[in-house]
Design a protein around this ligand. Structure first.
Ligand code: AP5
Ligand code: MG
Length: 216
């Protein structure tokens, strides 16, 4: 199964993708995570992307589509893909069609996480993650079970993203409205769009996604 998780910054794409990885053995393809890894490693792509990401703008279509193609090539044919934060423009949606077709894959669902934008700044500015394994947390909505200790790997080091400040979040939301939301009709015309209430709590959002995947 190949699915896209679509929604604005803070909608819960990464949170839900990591649950699908754990529960179904699918593979998460997050262009944001790939770009952050490139920035950290200081690769040419990372050097090019850093300032754009820090400003909350979109990295070039060629770079992100290249990253997605490479990642898919590293996967086994029977492993399902969760596209998290990709595609984000009409050009990326078109590239994805070619990328999937050339690898004999088809898109099963485009799951839109519907959220109230007013709540997103709060979600994003409260976000942090484990510095070792990347598990995501939130200051109020998802704290580690033991304070200061990662539930998954036991690390005591956490980090916050440099683009998780209010000013950058506003730019990221504007980019979403202007460039990403307009790709929904492309997928609606193909009957692929399924909507879930992204304002529900994390467990309930997962349950809605599970119902879609199981065809209920
Ligand atoms: P990216 O990393 O994709 O960031 P984003 O789209 O802005 O989305 P986020 O990761 O901020 O939000 P999310 O939906 O994953 O939410 P999360 O689950 O963490 O992209 C970053 C940058 O990289 C872009 O700005 C751009 O520069 C570049 N880039 C990436 N892809 C690109 C592309 N394809 N093209 C061009 N440029 C690209 O949840 C947020 C918080 O809320 C967490 O703390 C979580 O615990 C909490 N939470 C989640 N769900 C709930 C819930 N239901 N209730 C309460 N709290 C919740
Ligand atoms: Mg994310």
């Amino acid at each position: 199964m190949n699915i896209i998780l679509l929604g604005p910054p803070g909608a819960g794409k990464g949170t839900q993708a990591s649950r699908l990885v754990a529960d179904h053995g699918m593979v998460q393809l997050s262009t944001g995570d790939m770009l952050r890894a490139a920035v950290k490693a200081g690769t040419p792509i990372g050097l090019q992307a850093k300032a754009v990401m820090d400003a909350g703008q979109l990295v070039s279509d060629e770079i992100v589509s290249g990253l997605i193609g490479e990642k898919l090539d590293s996967m086994k044919p029977d492993e399902g893909a969760i596209f998290d934060g990709y595609p984000r423009t009409a050009a990326q949606a078109e590239s994805l069609d070619g990328i999937l077709a050339s690898r004999g894959r088809t898109l099963d669902h485009v799951i839109e996480l519907e959220v109230n934008e007013d709540a997103l700044v709060d979600r994003i500015t409260g976000r942090f993650s484990c510095a070792k394994c990347g598990e995501g947390y939130h200051d109020r909505y998802k704290l580690p079970k033991v304070a200061g200790v990662c539930d998954v790997c036991g690390s005591t080091e956490f980090k916050r993203r440099p683009d998780d400040n209010e000013e950058t979040v506003r730019t990221r939301m504007a980019e979403y409205r202007a460039k990403t939301a307009p790709i929904l009709p492309i997928y609606e015309a193909r009957g692929l769009v399924k909507r879930v209430d992204g304002m529900a709590d994390i467990e309930q959002v997962s349950a809605q996604i599970e119902a879609i995947l199981s065809g209920k």
